[in-house]
Design a protein around this ligand. Structure first.
Ligand code: HEM
Length: 491
């Protein structure tokens, strides 16, 4: 049916184009043909004004079939998106590995597409991502339960007022302080310590986030598994995930993490009662999973997905902000001074620097698949979206648009002192916008503020910002780390 519709649309367009020639020949032959010309000309025009013909989405030119510009997109999405947007406009299409990818680069576009078309589906890419992360092959059921039952609960708990009431930040900070006390004792005993910046950030954020979500009975010693998954996510997301020698370590770590989460849940799952200190978010999610008859493995997998969702982007953004302040003495000094006398929720420079981080940092773009041929209006033009295409909403074209943000490639910690400047949009939009955005911003700011209050940080060796690696379109910020940090106690 959909193909028939498309063929009909394309035939009617060809017919309209060729129409004058056809009718001119007929009119030469007979008078009735002239009558038919008048009739058809009227009908053709009336038809045209009733239903404007669709435009194809502007396509990125490439002379390599099947691969198209995939390599450029994967290697350096920022340059590719910014340049393509300049050349083709805010909506363009390209071929990647044989399939069509439509890139929407302006805020509001994904939301408008979703409002107009019910056949844009987030599930296909999620099912794949859930499978990669958990190793559970049949991840459709987990995806459905999370989307239909757990999401409404999360939306409520993670709303701005819900976040403040939830106690999530208190338990996050509690564990962060505990970890920093342990580190302080270690530095007092042994002097300064060197480590990779990503290890410092990832470990302490892991402990603080898991404590806030799962409570103190969470097996914090599972961190090494999380660290391996985090640094090999590109393998788990690729066909290499099934290659025994390449993926063995990553798959073991993934199973280790699932086993740890099963152990954490087991007693409650089989015997009921209470999990000590568990957040309302995780507590209610577990009750729903049980009601929906998920297995304990699926429940553990779903918890891992939630943890990943809550931690991955926060760690990446926190890394990016810390890296910026480590390579720029002025930002470091100013934020450090502010951290002493201002609470992280009321620190204007930290707020602005965090927004600048959200503008310049990379996030995996929201992805939708087009489940049926559709005609969708964008900026007053009606476009044809072919079934089977994928759409990504990639905000870097907007975040690096010099008409919106002057000198967009420079990291300016004070940029957002200008309140008239549009706020960055890394949290998605439409039906599936990020529910954790308020919590995320608080966590990033708390981490930076407490770190600067307690410790002195110094880069050992090169002060160059890392070149970002990617797993497909997923930025591997921590895996790209090239900064060695020397940490000591703040005088
Ligand atoms: C800087 C940190 C974060 C960034 C940049 C970020 C970004 C995003 C984006 C772009 C989406 C939309 C995905 C889509 O449309 O397919 C999303 C969805 C979501 N995020 Fe975040 N996120 C962050 C932190 C968090 C945190 C801390 C939590 C929870 C504790 C969270 C919970 C969620 C949830 C539940 C969704 C799914 C909404 C749905 O499917 O309806 N996020 N996030």
């Amino acid at each position: 049916m959909a193909t028939l519709l498309r063929d009909t649309v394309s035939f009617s367009k060809q017919f309209n184009d060729a129409f004058p020639t056809i009718v001119f020949s007929a009119a030469l032959c007979t008078f009735p043909a002239a009558i038919s010309y008048l009739f058809l000309a009227y009908y053709g025009n009336a038809h045209k004004s009733e239903k404007p013909s669709t435009l194809p989405v502007p396509a990125v030119e490439s002379w390599i079939p099947w691969i198209g510009k995939s390599v450029q997109l994967m290697r350096d999405p920022l340059t590719f998106i910014v340049e393509s947007r300049r050349k083709y406009g805010p909506l363009f299409e390209m071929t990647t590995w044989g399939s069509k990818l439509i890139v929407a680069t302006d805020p509001g576009m994904l939301m408008s597409l979703e409002h107009q078309c019910k056949d844009l589906n987030p599930s296909t890419s999620r099912v794949d991502a859930f499978r990669a992360l958990t190793g559970i092959h049949n991840s459709e059921r987990m995806t459905e339960v999370m989307g239909t039952r757990i999401m409404p609960v999360s939306s409520k708990i993670l709303s701005p007022s819900g976040t403040l009431k939830s106690g999530l930040m208190e338990t996050f900070n509690e564990r962060l302080m505990y970890n920093f006390d342990v580190l302080t004792a270690e530095l007092k005993a042994n002097g300064p310590k060197t480590m990779r910046l990503s290890d410092f950030i990832s470990y302490h954020l892991f402990c603080a986030s898991t404590n806030s979500l799962f409570g103190p009975t969470f097996p914090f010693d599972s961190y090494p598994h999380y660290a391996v998954i985090s640094s090999s996510i590109q393998i788990l997301h690729s066909p290499m995930a099934n290659w025994p020698f390449v993926a063995r370590k990553a798959r073991r770590a993934r199973q280790g993490m699932i086993d740890a989460l099963i152990k954490y849940t087991e007693d409650w799952w089989h015997n009921g009662g209470q999990i000590e200190g568990v957040s309302q978010l995780v507590g209610q999610s577990l009750i729903i999973m049980k009601e929906e008859n998920l297995s304990i493995e699926e429940a553990a997998g779903s918890l891992l997905i939630s943890l990943w969702g809550a931690l991955f982007n926060v760690s990446a953004m926190t890394y990016w902000l810390t890296a910026q302040l480590l390579v720029d003495e002025k930002i470091y000094t100013n934020l450090r001074e502010e951290a002493v006398d201002k609470h992280y929720m009321e620190a204007p420079l930290l707020e602005s620097a965090a927004l600048e981080t959200l503008r310049t940092g990379s996030v995996p773009p929201p992805t939708r698949s087009v489940d049926a041929d559709a005609e969708i209006v964008v900026d007053g033009k009606r476009y044809f979206f072919e079934k089977g295409s994928r759409i990504i909403s990639e905000m870097s074209g907007y975040h690096y648009n010099p008409d919106v943000y002057a000198d967009p490639h420079s990291f300016k910690s004070e940029r957002f002192f200008d309140e008239s400047l549009p706020r960055p949009k890394p949290f998605g939009e439409g039906h599936h916008f990020c529910r954790g955005m308020h919590l995320a911003k608080l966590e990033i700011k708390s981490f930076i503020s407490h770190t600067l209050k307690h410790f002195s940080l110094k880069v050992v060796g090169s002060k160059e910002l890392p070149k970002l690696k990617r797993a497909g379109l997923i930025p591997d910020v921590l895996g790209s780390d090239n900064i060695t940090l020397e940490i000591s106690l703040r005088d």
